[in-house]
Design a protein around this ligand. Sequence first.
Ligand SMILES: [Zn+2]
Length: 381
Amino acid sequence: MRSQISLGRVFGIRIGLHYSWFIIALLIVFSLSAQFHSSHPSWGDGVILALAVATAILFFISLLLHELAHSVVAKSWGLPVREITLFALGGVSQIEKEAGSAKVEFWMASVGPLTSACIGLLCLALSRLWGVDSSPVTSMVSWLGYINLALAVFNLIPGYPLDGGRILRALIWWKTADMDRATRLASRVGQVVALIFIGIGILRFFGGAGIGGLWIAFIGWFLLQAARESYLRISLQHAIDGVSVADVMTTDCPTVSANLNVQHFVEENILPTGRRCFIVVDHGTVEGLVTPHEVKQAERVRWPSITVRDIMRPVERLRTVTPITPLASALEMMSRNDLNQLPVVSNGRMEGILSRAQVLGFLQTRTEFGGVEATVSRTHR
Ligand SMILES: [Zn+2]
């Protein structure tokens, strides 16, 4: 989940919105307007709309506070936080490292629901203090109170990777001192919880609940994906612990002359070999890298008249790794920049290429013989 609209930084953490967030914002504004219209028709359309928008914004801020709580605790334990993204189903904090101990994981997970619960109780106390459910502001604050309490309760459901699931994982981890087992168990529970959501959602849909039922099923489906992915990611991290780029890269990279025209390059190099990555050389020096992606960017009619040099990614613009770079960092770099391969450079010399396909092959072999379940190839193909 990546942010598409940047909202600036808080405590050095980037805050962003995913487009899907607007769906939930609109939904909140519409449903609140409808609710206020039926409960307080005397307020008038203008007041009701303004109130609904203000409530949606405050709800957004309370979600943000929930995520900030997670992130600030993570940072205080030295775990880097890249960004917080708000999307249709809430927020995610992109914490770039796994917690090093059960204790850190426990606090990092607990502090989110705790924050929501505090905001909820504070809002409810304020709304009681300001009188009964009569004024627009009191109605807004009491709605925020209930929704934040609901948020705290929902997040405490022990379905990993919800906060409750993380707390469960931390507790099992602490009891058994076995992180892998804790992750596996918490993720199983997460998948069961997700399936229950899907089941309830479908039953309610056919029972006449309409969109509301579908929404619950959708949340379940999302949780199911998230539980599988989080488990996979943690297993992967474990599987590539201590592996460096040199263990996985290929050193027999095909080369191609910078002066070859693209038509020839396609007919004589790409098609017969099926290779996807070529090092571009000129008189023995490396000039850049070329893949089918660059070829496809050029119009087919121009292929006979342009050279590989015209379309290649020049060496100075390439992101590179060294043979001793940990595989985990290289993978992180690939996924962050959406790259399929990384040139491996050492002392200014091209030593080889690391490609996604090789990493997958490597992981597949490892998982076939290792303790990690062989779900990697199935999920990533
Ligand atoms: Zn949370």
